[in-house]
Design a protein around this ligand. Sequence first.
Ligand code: FAD
Length: 309
Amino acid sequence: PFEVLIVGGGPAGAAAAVYAARKGIRTGVAAERFGGQVLDTMAIENFISVQETEGPKMAAALEAHVRQYEVDIMNLQRAEKLIPAGADGLIEVQLANGASLKGRTVILSTGARWRQMNVPGENEYKNKGVAYCPHCDGPLFKGKRVAVIGGGNSGVEAAIDLAGIVKHVTLVEFDHKLRADEVLQRKLRSLPNVTIVLSALSTEVHGDGNKVTGLSYTDRTNDEQHRLELEGIFVQIGLLPNTEWLKDTVALSPRGEIIVDERGATNIPGVFAAGDATTVPYKQIVIAMGEGSKAALSAFDHLIRHSAP
Ligand code: FAD
């Protein structure tokens, strides 16, 4: 068995692996896709001390750093079930290929995925104007026109945030009213360079082959088609944690995030969690790495307290 078994190989899992391996304990990482969301990212400009890098480059660097140590990397492995420790003290993780892995401690770092609009052009122009993270990509649209899709708290927060950077923001909401907290809505309505469009169904992302040039939507009150000319579209209709496989075992928040305490511990003894899959707010690479490191140190602490002398 592993002393630390990590499920998920994004920034959180990679950081956990390095911290665990440096304690000289047997460490394994099982990941569906080593690198995680970073593989889908273009420019990264907020990884502190690295002024600018690219996602695939960072993913390769994560893997190279983990491979400096004796870590068993099991890539292209999807976990399907977690079974808490029995009398033998081993936690079991069952994989989609039928195999199962065991660990004295387990760190869950399966990340999250952004809900997409699923309209023509969205995938084609991802990273070419279609964005999901205002903290990451907002500054790339300085002085430009953008739309924010979604009028919940994250959409309205994104619109307020972006209004301070870009030339103009159009907030596009499907429902006939915004769902964000009243205080956020008030702030949004006070901004001079924000337009709010309600009852709007986004139908297509337009582009010139290289980058986004517009967004079409249907006014649901009269079925009229409209087209916005703009350079960026921030989709803010939900971040879905990759935790469906845990819902029968680990305590999750109403949004499906793994509930962790300040040490990264879950409700199951010996099981820790880190990164975008957890209740820790602000889904960012530096935060995921910090949380992954913390979870590994907590797992090590658990091992020295619970293993036979
Ligand atoms: P993830 O990166 O999501 O990794 C999860 C890992 O778990 C992957 O290896 C995945 O394959 C694996 N996994 C999932 N389910 C299972 C399963 N059942 N079994 C086994 N393995 C599983 N952040 C920034 O700080 N700066 C940026 O500029 C930035 N830009 C971004 C741009 C885009 C387009 C996107 C999508 C995100 C961006 N982010 C950015 C956010 C950042 O990528 C995430 O916060 C970070 O990757 C979270 O790390 P994580 O390790 O928690 O999860």
